[in-house]
Ligand binder design. Structure first.
Ligand SMILES: [Zn+2]
Length: 426
């Protein structure tokens, strides 16, 4: 079992310092070198296979680094420098803070802590942070190296920093604007996401609507999503009454999706009568609305036609699939909508998304309903996307902060709906 990187740092810093001191007379230089070596080791720690020779592995990294650094004319700065486009970033500010010797000491202590927090991030976020903050690459350079859109780099940086902050207990210290203001609690983006589609539909209870509006004033990411959805929604055409209607809107960069299904409910009056009798709570032995999916997706909120949140908890089946069952709801409608918001996992198993090859971005997703349904899928692409080619699908809708590649048509029971497109940037 491989030790967490944090433990490796703890257990080997004194040893590493002694090793480095053999190669330099100056204590300060040695301290800098140790710091840099840890950063290098951290970057490649994934490639280290536990074979009981950790110090052998570390000493190779250390000696290589010392050789390269000492032979350089100018002394090598600790590479935690702030990338130019991250100046106002709290993590950068935090990392670059420290003018007095005490602060420098604190900084070196915290660096191990920061690295430990970085090590706990999901793979893609960890890579982004490593490239941007440890290697000092710009957003653009990171996007190139990782072959992902710039927007993805930004959003992953945003999440990663939030997570690191949380782990270091810095939440409040660096984000005073997130505290209560004017009596309205500004919710975090992830809590906000689930409301954005219904917000754009103009269908949320007043109190929630006000909280969302307040957040949008502070947050460009969410504001862009809401504004684009406001433009997209009037263009969406649903099936006629009595036919199942579906839409899926994917913001792959943010691992965020809005998915809605409308189903005719012929006995809705009877169900509403029962709901009243049961105080909105559906008995355990009854199943009115249910859905299932694999565990790469987490539903974070479900709403009805009018924007009332439905209690639709997830439970795992023995096959580790997720199932949702509505357990309480306000009302049933003759054409009942379940508007879901879901987050997907950063995982190599995900088969949908946008990939990049030779300057061309390639997006693809599909849906299979197993029934007669009008189905539409929209995938958000950057507003500056060019040379958009829809290989399978209907076209592109320009919605300001995003464009949406889309496909929309009726499908039969045995049909799969697919969207497949390419585009370039700049
Ligand atoms: Zn937000």
């Amino acid at each position: 079992m491989k030790a967490p990187f944090e433990t490796v740092v703890e257990e080997n810093t004194a040893w590493l310092f002694a090793l480095v001191r053999k190669h330099t007379d100056r204590r300060e230089t040695a301290e800098d070198l140790v710091q840099e070596i840890w950063i290098r080791a951290f970057r490649v720690y994934d490639s280290y296979c536990e074979d009981g020779r950790l110090r052998h592995w570390l000493s190779r990294i250390a000696l290589n680094h010392i050789r390269n650094t000492v032979s350089r004319a100018a002394p090598c700065p600790v590479s935690l420098d702030v990338p130019a486009d991250g100046e106002n970033d709290p993590l950068s500010t935090f990392l670059s803070a420290g003018a007095s010797p005490e602060e420098d000491y604190l900084r070196s202590e915290l660096t191990a802590e920061v690295l430990a927090a970085v090590a706990k991030l999901p793979e893609a976020q960890r890579q982004v942070v490593t490239f941007r903050y440890l290697d000092g690459l710009s957003v653009e350079e990171t996007a190139k190296v990782m072959q992902i859109p710039k927007g993805t780099v930004k959003s992953k940086t945003h999440y990663a920093i939030d997570e690191i902050r949380k782990q270091l207990g810095l939440e409040d210290a660096v984000r005073p604007e997130k505290k209560k203001r004017k009596g309205v609690s500004i919710m975090e983006c992830k809590e906000m996401y689930k409301y954005l589609f219904m917000y754009a539909m103009g269908k949320l209870p007043d109190e929630i609507r006000a909280a969302v509006a307040e957040h949008l004033k502070e947050c460009k990411v969410c504001d862009d999503i809401a504004a684009a959805l406001e433009k997209l929604i009037p263009t969406m055409v649903f099936a006629e009454e009595g036919v199942m209607s579906h839409y899926g809107i994917d913001f792959f960069d943010l691992n965020l999706s809005y998915v809605g299904v409308r189903t005719p409910v012929p006995d809705y009056e009877e169900r509403n009568r029962l709901l009243e009798e049961w105080n909105g709570r559906i008995p355990d032995d009854q199943c009115w609305f249910e859905c299932g999916h694999n565990d790469l997706v987490t539903t974070i909120g479900t709403f009805d036609n009018e924007g009332n949140e439905i209690d639709y908890p997830v439970y795992k089946t023995v096959e580790k699939n997720c199932r949702h069952k509505a357990v309480s709801m306000k009302k049933v409608y003759p054409d009942m909508w379940l508007h879901d918001c879901a987050l997907s996992t950063d995982s190599p198993d995900v088969w949908w998304g946008i990939t990049k090859e030779d300057h061309v971005y390639h997006g693809s997703t599909f849906n299979y309903f197993g029934g007669h349904v009008k189905s539409a899928m929209y995938v958000a692409i950057p507003a500056n996307a060019k040379n958009i080619r829809i290989n399978r699908g209907n076209g592109v809708i320009d919605c300001g902060a995003f464009k949406f590649a889309y496909v929309d048509r009726y499908v039969a029971e045995d049909e799969q709906l697919a969207l497949d497109f390419t585009y370039t940037l700049d």
